[in-house]
Design a protein around this ligand. Structure first.
Ligand SMILES: [Zn+2]
Length: 290
């Protein structure tokens, strides 16, 4: 079906997927805001997924804290949130599907044996007698992958030579981020991923996985990151302070300006979003769709 005269696509599903390792800060709000605006400007759905698969980094209660932060800023999700920790059987099923297709293999390499460059494929042709796999890797098909990023422009990467066969299940038994993201985006029928540019170089890997799982990879847009005075990405690891919710409009305006927009007067959060959505639509050629 062609896009309508308003520029709205008939089917849009976006998501924000924070990891509950601490409260949202100004940096994570920029990514959340961009994905929220894009969903609203398309007249689509905005979903919330809690990426709590990396259990050692999960902070108790951070998930509900993040949800409260989003609500305070007027960012409401359209379907019940999902927690990755409750979806382990879905990841296992997707893994079995790849395994049955001959797309995964066990790897017995220790961290010490790997130099940090692309994985050289040491275990690709099987392990020696009695050798137990530590991790499981994807057998990456050869070839260069090209795609258009809606913010960053044309991109291309040869996953097989630049990254190598990457890990789906880690030596500690946890599913890898790259794998669960793709399984979830597929099952939740996500059409559009909008996130920070630090994840741009994950995209080709995720598209490779999506296709092997029989999915159509979502469109992508990678937005700029906020950096601190020393040029580092604002992150929980760098002890970025949590969002200041004493003045929600001011906090929203700061993220808005980080996305390259001019500030505008807004008396409250409702007015902020009412005015911000058409700005976003105009900037991204969505014809003023609401
Ligand atoms: Zn290996």
């Amino acid at each position: 079906m062609a896009t309508g005269a308003s520029g709205a696509i008939p089917f849009y599903r976006g998501r924000f997927a924070p990891s509950p390792s601490g409260p949202l800060h100004d940096g994570s709000l920029v990514a959340a805001m961009a994905s929220y605006l894009d969903a609203r400007a398309h007249g689509g759905k905005w979903l919330l997924r809690i990426e709590d698969i990396d259990t050692p980094r999960v902070v108790d209660g951070a998930d509900h804290y993040i949800m409260q932060q989003l609500q305070t800023l007027g960012m409401h999700w359209d379907e019940p949130p999902v927690w990755q920790s409750e979806r382990l059987s879905l990841y296992q099923a997707a893994f079995e599907q790849l395994k049955a297709g001959g797309h995964v293999y066990g790897c017995a390499c220790t961290r010490r044996m790997l130099t940090g460059g692309p994985y050289p494929g040491t275990c690709r042709n099987g392990l020696g007698e009695g050798v137990q796999p530590r991790a499981w890797r994807l057998k990456v098909p050869p070839g260069r992958r090209s795609f258009i990023d809606r913010w960053q422009g044309p991109q291309s990467q040869d996953v097989a030579t630049e990254v190598g066969d990457f890990i789906l299940r880690r030596a500690d038994g946890l599913w890898a981020y790259q794998f669960v993201v793709v399984v979830d985006d597929g099952l939740q029928e996500i059409t559009d991923v909008v996130r920070g540019v630090d994840l741009l170089d994950s995209t080709a890997r995720q598209q490779t996985l999506a296709e092997l799982l029989g999915q159509v990879p979502p469109r992508v847009m990678h937005v700029p990151l906020i950096r601190d005075e020393s040029g580092r990405k604002l992150s929980k690891q760098n002890h970025a302070p949590e969002l200041d919710l004493s003045s929600p409009v001011r906090t929203l305006q700061r993220a808005w300006q980080a996305l390259g927009f001019e500030p505008f007067p807004a008396a409250d959060i409702d007015e902020f979003w009412r005015k911000a959505v058409p700005h976003w639509a105009a900037r991204h050629g969505l014809g003023g769709a609401r």
